[in-house]
Design a protein around this ligand. Sequence first.
Ligand code: GLN
Length: 283
Amino acid sequence: MLTLSQWSQASELPSLEARMLLSHVLQVTSAWAVAHDEATLDEASKHCLDALADRRRRGEPMAYLVGEKEFWGMMFKVTPDVLIPRPETETLVETALRYLPQRQETRVLDLGTGSGAIVIAIARERPYARFCATDVSAAALRLAEENAARLLREDADRITWRLSDWFTAIPEPRQDAERFSVIVSNPPYIAAADAHLDEGDLRFEPRGALVGGRAGREALQTIVHRAPGYLRPGGVLLMEHGYDQGEEARALLHDAGFTQCETVCDLAGVPRVTLGVYENTGQ
Ligand code: GLN
């Protein structure tokens, strides 16, 4: 019989990862696993742990192995149907919140919601806002709904979910009241031939959530071109993008008639989110 600490050693995984697998399989906190590392593992748990450690050694992301990932202080369920929420995406949430006054009944659209991380984080911070969240993947949408129900409880009612390829299934609004104050998206923005796709976690994530066409800009373009029809006068479009796409994103927004175009850096200092304001007159 192995103790927890012997299993960790034998797994040859970094100790943090071994501990995450232990707490996942044994259904205990990490702190418990550390404090009880001389406890012995039963056969069934060891079998399960060995299988997970094996998958990890082959490169599968920790988040898929344990089935969850933290974002904005909440635990999101994740599966290989969705991109794993990343810390830099908190910059998108933070920047969007600047344009959503606390006590106003704003309307927010999240395009390509995946696990629902972005829309759920904003909903948590803005109790008066109403939301629409889309994804082209039915499996992703089901997962996002499940996350919302668990993390927001009855507040999840403020989110309408739509199976949609960007704007295609969202009816074009006829009056300002139906338009959105803010549109956010973390679209696929990696170029199809980018070598990073063959490295690390990205190898296991859904290609459709990562690759934005040959040059990585197709989704960004589609969103910028169609967003004006859905924004209130003075509404804001915010999109996450790659480290080298800030200038291009600002140019796209500018050419589509947006003003006050600005790129915001993430905590690592990388240009990550670009936004523009649409001063349409509503017709
Ligand atoms: N930020 C992710 C990465 O480069 C890509 C996410 C995306 O394409 N939206 O790892």
